[in-house]
Structure formats: C-alpha cells, structure tokens
Design a protein around this ligand. Structure first.
Ligand code: PFF
Length: 450
C-alpha cells in the first residue's frame, strides 16, 4: 500500500467505525423513509431486510476481502487480482462521482436546516404546508443551496486533505451513539402523536399486493446504497484495515447498525407523517417537511432540532468522506497524482456536478434525462443501476474467479478464525445473489411480462 495514503488516513483504521461511518448517513435517514413511503411501506421494509441479509451482508464481506487482500484502491484492487476485472473498479469510481453529485446537495440542505434551527426560524412555522412551502422555496433558490453545498464539499475536502480522519474517527465514536439516542427519543415522541398507529401500520405491516418489479429493484438499490456496497467503497476502506480485523464480524456489526438506524428513521417519520396528514409518497422532501413539525411539538424544540441536524451533518460527512476517498485514492494511485492534487481534482469535479444537480431543482429544471431532472436521474442511475450492476459482478468475481484459498485466508485471518458458514457464504455469493440480481433486472426490463 501507498505510504502517503496510509499517513493521510491515520494508519490502520478502526474497521467498524469507519465502515459504519460510511454506511450510516443520509441514505438511512433521508433516502430510506422516502423510498419506503413511495413503495408501499411494510412490504418494502420486508423485502429490504431480505435484500440486506441475502445480498448485502455477503457482498460486504466479499468487498472487504478484495480490499484487504490487495491494499489498493478500487480499480487497482481488481486489477491486481485479475486485470480484466479492473472495469469493476471503474464502475465504482464512476458511481462514487455521480452519487456525490446529489449527496452533496442533500448534505447542504441539512446544513441549511441546522442554521435555521439555531436561528429559531424553523420553529416559527406552524403547519406541514408551511414547511413544505419553505422547503420548495429553499431548493428552488439558485444561490442558497449552492452556498451550503459548496461549504459541505469544502468540509469534506479538508477532512481528507488535512488527514483529520483520526479526529473524525474519535468524534464519530461519541456522535454516532448520540445520533442513535436522539433517534430513539424522536421515535418515542412520534409514537405518542395522535393517530400515529396508522403510520406504524403503514411502515410495519406488509401488504404484498402493492409489490411490483420496480419495488424489488428499488429495495435492492436502497440496500446497496445504504450499506455502501457495489461501488468499491468497502474495498477502498478495507485496504486500510488491520491484519487482525475480523471481516465477518465487522460486516455483521455494520449491517446490523445500519439497518437499525433505517428502522428507527422509519419509526420516527411514518407515525408523524400520518399524524399531521402528509402523503407518505412525498418523495425526497419527506424528511425535511416532516421533521421540523415533530420538533415543533417538543419542549426545547430548538435544542432538539439543532442537535439533530448537527448529528445528521456528521453522519453525512463520514459518508461523503468515504465516497471522496474512492475517487481520490484512485486518482492518486492510478494516475500518480500526488494526494493533494488528487483530492483537489475530486473536489473540483464533484463540486461542479453537485452545483448542476442543485440548480436542476430550480432554474435548470427543464433539463431532463429520461423524464427526470439531473438530481433525480443521478439518484436513480446510481442506486438502481450502477450499484446493483457492481454488486452482480462482485459476486461473480469473488464467487467464481478469486482464488478460494486467498479468500479463505482473508476471512479466517490466515486460519486463526473459524469459518463455519463457508459453504453458505459461497452458495449465496455464487448462486443466490447473482440469480436474484439478474432476475430483478430482467423483470424490470419487462422480460417476464405476459
Ligand atoms: N451509505 C451512505 C448512506 O446511507 O448515506 C451513502 C453511500 C456512501 C453510498 C458510500 C455509497 C457509498 F459508497
């Protein structure tokens, strides 16, 4: 591995912490509730959990093994193992770039909401309609979201460039449990709101008559997005893991944590959505319209909402850092740019893309790609196409092409750990995961329609 990169990231990383930092983010708290709301609630949740267990967990272990076996960036890792497979790394670098294009924009929104909380502006409005109008006004404004997005991009850049990863690691240790506690408190509050049981039923009671092929693809994509897999992020991070890190346990812990946060977010949002009469299918604005209403209802609302949005900013930041690192590590190692130049190239190009994505919600809304504005099309293309495609080929590569001996050596730490589920793991990776991914894709292309 490259010495400079190792220095920047602070040497050996605390595996669970950084991997969970990447996984837990806006995907859990902003994206999960809105896609669950768009796709029927309970049935979506059931399918989502199945996707996490059957596909997400084995794939995360698979990505970890590739990263730690090679100690390289996503492209270099696959190239080292088999040059024909470096394309899988390129798919990841492209996906990371496109995800940052819209992720930075939403991160900017959370920053703006924190400022509004601190100034008390968020507490002054009364109704769900007023919050919806405020949100629309804000995202259509050509300047303000751009300003907050740029600030967020720069914050990510400086964490990467200054090598304050250790600081982020340490603060994440405190801030992530705090985020969890606040979510639990919000969930309790939400459940006590009048009419909340309807929302809880919507979220937890599956109604499979609402499931369409698209639901399956969206659930799959959300699972990959939320766990940060199919894109080489976990490959890139595992390159920095210690030799004695237990890859299975790390993957299991991260998966459980990530799923719990998403579940909690659903329990916060849906009871409140039904209680105040917002449509659960309101799309990307859902959380930004619902949360301020919940806070307003609580004592010391300003404190709650300021702390919550601050924690959301940290959660988003640990995810943007991981995405930025995928591109920076690639440019640094493959293009031989020095770390600084690699980081600046990533920052400048993702800033340009996210500026366009932000404007596509307002003045550039007429630009359409397949009927969607740029913001939505980046979201759709990455989560529903690039990540599942990356996941499919990762299964094929690790399941069928990677030497079994070296895979086993990684998972068992050279024979020091047991690998009781080896056969199950291989069975999932070789047959079940690729088959599910293929069927869901073909189904969405309409191949099974009568
Ligand atoms: N998993 C992050 C979230 O849920 O917010 C988003 C993300 C990070 C996706 C890193 C993909 C990735 F490689």
């Amino acid at each position: 591995m490259n010495r400079m990169q190792r220095a920047t990231l602070g040497g050996k990383l605390s595996a669970v912490l950084v991997a969970a930092g990447s996984s837990v983010g806006l995907g859990n708290i902003w994206r999960f509730p809105y896609v669950a709301g768009n796709n029927g609630g309970g049935a979506f949740l059931a399918i989502y959990i199945l996707c996490v267990l059957l596909l997400g967990l084995p794939l995360m272990i698979a990505e970890f093994t590739v990263g730690r076996a090679t100690h390289r960036n996503a492209v270099g890792a696959y190239r080292t193992l088999d040059p024909r497979w470096s394309i899988l790394g390129y798919n990841g670098v492209l996906a990371a770039f496109l995800i940052l294009g819209f992720y930075f924009v939403v991160s900017g929104w959370t920053a703006e909401y924190m400022v509004h909380s601190v100034t008390g502006e968020l507490g002054r409005l009364g109704s769900a309609e007023a919050y919806a109008a405020m949100f629309e006004n804000f995202i259509r404004n050509p300047w303000r979201p751009l300003l907050y997005t740029s600030l967020f991009v720069l914050a990510t850049h400086f964490v990467i460039a200054l090598g304050v990863q250790k600081g982020i690691e340490r603060s994440a240790k405190v801030l992530m449990p705090l985020l969890f506690i606040i979510l639990v408190a919000l969930a309790v509050h939400s459940l006590l709101m009048p009419g909340s049981s309807e929302g809880l039923r919507f979220f937890l009671q599956p109604d499979f008559s609402k499931v369409t092929p698209a639901t399956l693809l969206v659930a799959l994509g959300q699972a990959f997005f939320s766990l940060s897999i199919g894109i080489g992020t976990m490959v890139t991070y595992a390159a920095y893991f210690k030799p004695d890190t237990d890859l299975r346990r790390t993957a299991l812990n991260v998966t459980i944590l990530d799923t719990l946060v998403a579940l909690l977010a659903g329990i916060v949002i849906f009871p409140a959505v039904f209680s105040v009469g917002i449509a659960p299918s309101a799309g990307p604005p859902l959380v930004f319209v619902t949360l301020p209403g919940i806070f307003n209802d609580m004592p010391w609302s300003m404190v709650w909402s300021s702390v919550f949005f601050l924690l959301l900013i940290v959660a988003a930041l640990t995810s943007t850092i991981s995405l930025h690192e995928v591109i920076t590590a690639y440019l640094h190692e493959e293009w031989h740019l020095n770390r600084r130049a690699a980081a600046w190239t990533t920052t400048a190009s993702t800033l340009a893309l996210s500026a366009l994505a932000s404007l596509s919600l307002g003045v550039l809304n007429d630009w359409r790609i397949g009927g969607l504005d740029l913001f939505d099309s980046l979201d759709y293309l990455t989560a529903n196409i690039l990540l599942p495609v990356g996941g499919f080929f990762t299964c094929i590569f690790v399941g069928w092409c990677m030497e079994r001996k070296s895979l086993r050596a990684q998972i068992t730490n050279d024979g020091r750990l047991p690998f009781h589920i080896e056969r199950l793991f291989y069975f999932l990776l070789r047959y079940i995961c690729p088959a599910i991914l293929l069927i869901v894709f073909l189904d969405n292309l309409g191949l099974f329609k009568k």
